[in-house]
Design a protein around this ligand. Structure first.
Ligand SMILES: Cc1ncc(COP(=O)(O)O)c(C=O)c1O
Length: 342
């Protein structure tokens, strides 16, 4: 990560910005995020009543679900999925309704979504760019989602923590690009993903005022207030848009270095469309299930990929592992060398 940001936090601490921040977050940071959202996606969020700073994306997701999903409700989402959605939903006494996405494209089948809707359906959770597959939603996907959400009066939780990492000239399809959709959506972001400091656990939620009011009722008694000096430092740092717009180029170069170095290996590969995860298909190498294969790579070759089946409730095994390329370039080349030998 950029050490300038560490210096800015240090400066804020020394300037005695060490007491509780306001519950929704420091106004300077929220004002800057409102500007950023409007510039990037054309939607105006009011910084006082529609943006809330959280202790990371995961806390934001938990808080949203706790505030808005109730016993007996149903929530639709797509597998494979980042692992924090289902526990939060189930803890509310609600039910997850899963729709599996299929290798290698992992595209959403919107007819399958319609077929899962019942009078109890409360929310759809989407994640684009998508962990673990790197799939990115298209404008067509967003139109379909908007039609369905309006028709059935659904809330949308849009996990957009990888918003800045969409490759090959594609654009990030935020729900905030679609005003009718944005009116019923809660959008989650993570500074950790953008600035490569996940250990700082900082994020935010953008949502219409009436939804934000509900989210803050839970936030108030759960987290109450998020790290003050880091918020001021982020506001200062992000006043230069190059700090976040520049990350795409870096990750695209890393994806290309890793993928190029894997050419000729026995792993099958479709370049990730977004995120910093690359899936590798090992079906030409082994029939083992993906968990066993991942364990064997770790033990025998000292390299670890995440078996994608663990992101499915039914452990769907497509014989693919997820590798993270948010690493130093020489580490990526060393990893590729090992993978070439398998
Ligand atoms: C899709 C997705 N959403 C949310 C998060 C959580 O973000 P944070 O680290 O800010 O809690 C992650 C982290 O891996 C993620 O991959």
């Amino acid at each position: 990560m950029d050490h300038r940001l560490c210096d800015l936090v240090h400066e804020q601490m020394r300037a005695n910005r060490n007491q509780y921040a306001p519950m929704p977050g420091v106004p300077e940071l929220r004002a800057l995020l409102a500007k950023k959202m409007e510039a990037a996606y054309g939607y105006h969020y009011d910084s006082d009543s529609e943006i809330t700073i959280t202790a990371g994306g995961t806390q934001a997701i938990f808080t949203i679900i706790t505030a808005l999903v109730h016993p007996g409700d149903e929530v639709i989402t797509f597998a494979p999925a980042y692992d924090c959605y289902a526990p939060a939903v189930e803890l509310q006494g609600a039910t997850m309704k899963w729709i599996n996405l299929n290798y290698p494209d992992y595209r959403v089948d919107w007819t399958a979504v319609r077929n899962q809707i019942t009078p109890r359906t409360r929310m759809v959770i989407i994640n684009s760019p998508h962990n673990p597959t790197g799939m990115c939603m298209t404008a067509e996907d967003m139109h379909e989602l908007q039609i369905i959400a309006e028709e059935y009066d659904l809330l949308v939780l849009s996990d957009e923590v990888y918003e800045h990492i969409v490759f090959d000239g594609g654009r990030h399809e935020s729900v905030a690009r679609y005003p009718q959709l944005a009116k019923r959506s809660l959008v989650v972001y993570s500074f950790g993903k953008t600035f490569h400091n996940t250990g700082w656990k900082m994020g935010y939620v953008c949502a219409p005022a009436e939804l934000t009011t509900e989210v803050r009722k839970v936030h108030q008694y759960n987290v109450f207030s998020v790290n003050t000096p880091v918020q001021y430092a982020l506001a200062d740092y992000m006043s230069d848009a190059a700090t976040y717009s520049g990350i795409l180029e870096m990750y695209e170069a890393k994806r290309d270095i890793f993928n190029h170095a894997l050419q000729g290996s026995r792993f099958g590969l479709k370049p990730a469309a977004g995120t910093y995860f690359q899936l590798l298909d090992y079906s030409a190498i082994s029939n083992e299930n993906d968990i066993d294969f991942a364990k064997r790579l770790t033990r025998e070759y000292k390299i670890t990929g995440i078996p994608c089946s663990v992101f499915f409730p039914d452990l769907q095994d497509d014989k693919v592992l997820r590798f993270c390329f948010a690493k130093e370039n020489d580490e990526l080349l060393r990893a590729a060398e090992i993978l070439q030998s398998i």
